[in-house]
Design a protein around this ligand. Structure first.
Ligand code: SF4
Length: 331
């Protein structure tokens, strides 16, 4: 893209200065003053190959052409090469700036701009032109909006249904803390899967997820099932943030009390030296043990390995989730 600048415009200087300020503004102003936490070398089971496939490039072009924001890029996801090579991307709606300041997250923080009212249609078109069978829609936290962005989620779901009726839709929502009625709006739009990530165990909340409340998140997931018992619910955590094994097992029990169907457990990776440090790298066998325990606790589907992300293999996992429910119901 070429930007033309009118150098005779008296406002030009100040416009350029503010554009430069915006560019120089730290991505995470609230973390800029924090001491550095050196980023540790990853163990061999975490390394991934650089993306090269032509389909990856095609997905990249589609995302750019439609002006879409993806969590794959914003979060610096290690699976981007694999997912984009299969034309699987997770779209991030409601802008690229988050009103929270979680210690693990690489999404830009600050005061977001106005909601793009054309976004539902753009997402619908992109989903149709990519021919997606299953799509994951997530968003930044929008504590500045009266409904936390719930109506926009509902509009995006409706636009996808219209443009691509066969695509199944998974939403990964914020916690809508103190936004009365928000979760009801999203459930009424009938996504196929309602995902809300717990992210970590309760003892970590104050330092890792300070703007959120553990029991509010559990309650949100429980509320989804109360409103629509048929809707699949899903939640995920990262390990490597200093949690104790027993705390992870307790969290699994709390999610089962809320009747959550699907649990994801992945390794936390530190995006920059200003983010929360990685406290440990559980081995693939330790992940397998979590998976086994979670199945024993009654989850219909569990994905637990170092590279698990809540949207990784979401399409295949959704098919398995449906099959697991059918098998449990005996039909
Ligand atoms: S795991 Fe999710 S966020 Fe990561 S690249 Fe795949 S779709 Fe994107």
């Amino acid at each position: 893209m070429v930007t033309l600048v009118n150098t005779l415009d008296p406002n030009h200087k100040s416009q350029t200065a503010s554009a430069m300020q915006e560019k120089e503004r730290p991505r995470h102003p609230e973390k800029a003053h924090r001491p550095d936490n050196p980023v540790q070398r990853k163990p061999k089971w975490i390394r991934v190959k650089a993306p090269t496939s032509p389909v990856y490039k095609e997905t990249h072009e589609l995302v750019r052409k439609n002006n879409l924001v993806t969590v794959c890029e914003e979060a610096g996801c290690p699976n981007i090469g694999e997912c984009w090579s299969k034309k699987h991307a997770s779209f991030m709606i409601l802008g690229d700036t988050c009103t929270r300041a979680c210690a693990f997250c690489n999404v830009r923080t600050g005061m977001p701009g106005p909601v793009d009212q054309n976004e539902p249609e753009s997402i619908g078109k992109a989903v149709a032109s990519m021919g997606l069978e299953h799509v994951v829609i997530t968003s930044v936290d929008r504590d500045d909006l009266d409904d936390g962005g719930a109506t926009h989620f509902a509009n995006v779901i409706a636009a996808i249904r219209k443009a691509s009726p066969k695509t199944t839709i998974e939403v990964l929502t914020p916690d809508f803390l103190r936004k009365e009625g928000a979760v009801e709006i999203v459930v009424a739009a009938k996504p196929d899967v309602f995902n809300h990530n717990m992210e970590t165990v309760p003892s970590n909340y104050l330092k890792v997820r300070p703007g959120a409340r553990y029991f509010h998140s559990i309650r949100l997931l429980q509320r989804v099932k109360e409103i629509d018992p048929e809707m699949f619910t899903k939640s995920g955590i990262m390990v490597g943030l200093g949690e104790e094994r027993n705390e992870v097992l307790q969290l699994m029990d709390d999610l089962r009390v809320a009747d959550v169907d699907f649990l994801t457990v992945g390794q936390y990776l530190q995006p920059t030296k200003k983010h929360h440090p990685v406290m440990n790298f559980p081995t693939p066998d330790e992940f397998k043990a979590y998976e086994k325990i979670a199945y024993a606790k009654g989850f219909l589907k569990v994905s637990a390995n170092p590279l698990t992300r809540s949207s990784h293999h979401a399409g295949e996992d959704f098919a398995e989730l449906k099959a697991a429910r059918k098998a449990k119901q005996g039909n």
